[in-house]
Design a protein around this ligand. Structure first.
Ligand SMILES: [Zn+2]
Length: 104
């Protein structure tokens, strides 16, 4: 089960964007990386390619950050948290290790 899912609000724990929060745009479980909206912005100089109608010039996009550098933000206590699991119900849910409330 994934610690972080698409649509989660996560807080960045390390790197240049430490302390900032954003919504998860995509998760790459095999690579252990996530793309977070507005986090880890990098500029890329995109050259105009022949026959390709793509954006050219300097474009900015979010680069993937390592899963170990982000943690989900609990909606109950409004802090980032480590993730625990509870299988008390019918399906396994992620719980906040600070307050014990479900994250989903
Ligand atoms: Zn909590």
């Amino acid at each position: 089960m994934q610690r972080v899912k698409k649509g989660d609000t996560v807080e960045v724990l390390g790197g240049d964007d430490r302390g900032r929060r954003g919504e998860v745009n995509s998760v790459f479980p095999k690579r252990g990386r996530v793309v977070v909206h507005g986090i880890n912005l990098v500029k890329k100089h995109q050259r105009r390619a022949a026959g390709v109608t793509t954006q050219s010039g300097i474009i900015e996009f979010e680069a993937a950050v390592d899963l170990s550098n982000v943690a989900p933000v609990c909606t109950h206590c409004d802090k980032w948290t480590r993730v625990g699991y509870s299988d008390a119900g019918e399906r396994k849910v992620r719980i906040c290790r600070r307050c014990g409330n479900p994250l989903d």
